[in-house]
Design a binder for this molecule. Sequence first.
Ligand SMILES: Cc1ncc(COP(=O)(O)O)c(C=O)c1O
Length: 345
Amino acid sequence: MDVIDLRSDTVTRPSPEMREVMARAEVGDDLMGEDPSVHALEEAAAARIGKEAALFVPSGTMANFVALLTHCGRGDEAVAGSESHILNHEGMGASVLGSIPVRAARNDDRGRMDPAEVRGLLRESWPRTAVVCLENTHNRCGGAALTASEMRAVADVAHERGVKVHVDGARIFNAAAALETEASALVAEADTVSFCFSKGLGAPVGSVITGPREFIERARQNRRLLGGSMRQSGIVASAALYALEHNVDRLVEDHANARRLGAAIAEMPHVRMDPAGVDTNIVFFTLEGVDGAEFRRRLAEEGVLCTGTSTQRVRMVCHVDVTAAQIEAAIPRIRAVLESLPAAS
Ligand SMILES: Cc1ncc(COP(=O)(O)O)c(C=O)c1O
């Protein structure tokens, strides 16, 4: 049976062309600053996002952690969205290991924060708020794309108080594609931005932190502190560069697949969802009257894999390794499982 893996856009495998580029990559010891493929990636990533410099790191989690460590001195705190990846899915590393308290500003169902609430959270001394973190697209809030003006409204409030702005842009190119704009325009007001190559862009490993050169040099020391300095990392950096050059424009295909999937699922029994809420490549829906764990188990038996943020809230993600034909094949399997499930007691 053709297994259709909609658990995440992180499950992709490098394409033959990407593997070819990796096999041919020129490499050196990056900790000694000698890996030409890492240099090429960092330059391209910084240019693409409109910042001065970039630092290649192993993961999005480390990118956010290094960014917060670099923004915050001892006794400083950060503000992040209540539904953010930083607060919910990164082990609270900034607080647990970095001694950085992270306070929550409420995210609405589209991942937005209320600028007035953010203003009220900022503290000028002891503890001093050093950075406000935004997330775009917003993972837990349905993959919603925040507009440039929504981002700017929060950034302005932070900057008025001399507080920096970091964007967790793990999927910033999905946001830009959905809004038909450039990623650099979306993050123009941000001081630092991280983004991932190993999600929608289809590379096996890696993220970058981008920002002012002086910040990136300090971030480089913090990456070393965390054991994130790599040696011949050009092997994976070359895949990331290939992803940046070849897999950004095609993100619209994932979005079209997600819209098609969302529209079909919204019509199915036991489903509560607004198909208009599918901005990018992530489809969320809530199950009513049937058991969500049982749904996922039975669907997996039918060869369609998905996850959820709670038992009843289901998440399906479209990506480079899922074709439009596979989405068409998944739809009747999802419907059949929903129709056959017993009513939950
Ligand atoms: C919004 C967001 N930020 C950060 C991360 C962390 O990335 P990684 O899994 O590479 O650590 C993720 C992962 O899904 C994410 O969705």
